[in-house]
Design a protein around this ligand. Structure first.
Ligand code: HEM
Length: 367
């Protein structure tokens, strides 16, 4: 089929499905080409890129969310079933389910799955390479080995497992949208700023996995941070704002080798990471583990070598000081940089909405 015929066929199918009333969306429609579903399961990934290329073309031609309309129907060869078009309310339901699940952590760590869910969203997005346009949150390639097994991703199977529970409830959402929405829910539910977010990511395949070494190595210095984050398209100020995420969560010896939390309130977004970097005396921890710092006073907090670079490097330090002095400024910049991070690698044509949305917190919905 020629490209123009394909385009016409896709437009016709999309129009028919988009204009169909919601109640009748289970009716069969018959486009001329077979579409594959974009909310793929890892095990159903095909061996070749052909489906991906055709699918990406279809997604682009359909202009964002309409690709959710079409999914392969095993029972009728050549036919596809029209599915519902998710609205912002539907994504809000996913957000709410993630927020509820985060609170069911019980004895896990500090009582919330929020930090590890945020880390999943960051590692899924932080593989982006500006030069080649590869990586980023679009294809959710951490579902596949070897990316799932990269050292930097150790422990993220916990978060991916949690997200599978949500995926089972909302099978229409793509993994990239699910994981990044998880990151948004984590920040917002842990008292952080609003993170503008919109859907449109599509599931890629094993062939799209990114090479090892794209995420930062905590043992390194400023040049490494600038090289890694510069490759994603971030400047010094953005690197510092992003690092403020370490107000949350903790290191696990069994995952990264490092141990301990950065702040006294690891399930609340604050600028404490910055204030503590300045207010405490940080000394090398004497232990049988990788080089990390501990606070001299209580010995209960930690900093990675890369965290300490944030206050020892002149270029970074001025931003760290500004964030330590002004929580509102940190929240404003953190919101902007997290929104940017989560959109890395997603072609503009895929967005369902021209502008990002504002997802509501659980508390806000109770009012
Ligand atoms: C600056 C470079 C960074 C380095 C070297 C780094 C390194 C690490 C390491 C080693 C851990 C401990 C993992 C474990 O043992 O479970 C960790 C945890 C974490 N990181 Fe980073 N990270 C960086 C930037 C970021 C960014 C940009 C974000 C988010 C925007 C982030 C969010 C987190 C969170 C929330 C945790 C806690 C996870 C948990 O509690 O399970 N990090 N990071």
């Amino acid at each position: 089929m020629s490209l123009s015929a394909l385009r016409a066929s896709v437009r016709r199918s999309a129009l028919r499905a988009a204009t169909a009333p919601r109640a009748s969306t289970t009716a069969l429609i018959r486009p001329r080409i077979a579409f594959r579903k974009y909310s793929t399961e890892p095990e159903s990934a095909p061996k070749s890129n052909t489906g991906l290329i055709a699918g990406v073309a279809a997604a682009v031609l359909l202009g964002g969310g309409a690709y959710f309309l079409l999914s392969g129907d095993d029972s009728a060869p050549g036919a596809v079933k029209a599915k519902f078009v998710p609205t912002q309310d539907d994504y809000q339901k996913v957000y709410n389910a993630i927020a509820d699940l985060m609170d069911e952590a019980g004895d896990y760590d500090d009582g919330s799955y929020g930090p590890v869910i945020l880390r999943l969203a960051w590692h899924a997005s932080g593989t982006f390479d500006v030069a080649s346009g590869t990586g980023g949150s679009n294809y959710a390639t951490m579902r596949f080995a070897p990316e799932s097994l990269h050292g930097a991703n150790a422990g993220l199977d916990v978060a991916r497992g949690l997200m599978e529970k949500i995926k089972a409830q909302f099978p229409w959402i793509s993994y990239g949208d699910l994981w990044t929405l998880g990151g948004v829910a984590a920040v917002q539910e842990m008292s952080g700023p609003r993170i503008p977010w919109r859907p449109g990511r599509i599931d890629g395949f094993a062939e799209n996995v990114t090479p090892d070494g794209r995420l930062p190595d905590a043992t390194q210095g400023g040049a490494h941070l600038r090289a890694i984050f510069g490759r994603m398209g971030f400047n010094d100020q953005e690197i510092v704002a992003l690092s403020g995420a370490h107000a949350l969560g903790r290191c696990h010896a069994a995952r990264s080798g490092f141990e301990g939390p950065w702040t006294f309130s690891p399930t609340t977004v604050t600028n404490d990471y910055f204030t503590l970097l300045f207010s405490e005396t940080w000394v090398w921890k004497k232990w049988n583990g990788p080089k990390q710092l501990e606070d001299k006073k209580t010995k209960s907090l930690m900093m990675l070598p890369t965290d300490y670079v944030i206050v020892s490097d002149k270029g970074f330090k001025k931003y760290a000081k500004a964030y330590a002095d002004d929580n509102d400024l940190f929240f404003k910049d953190f919101s902007a940089v997290i929104a940017k991070l989560f959109e890395l690698g997603v072609p503009a044509t895929q967005w369902v909405s021209p502008e990002p949305w504002s997802m509501k917190t659980l508390d806000e919905q109770k009012k």
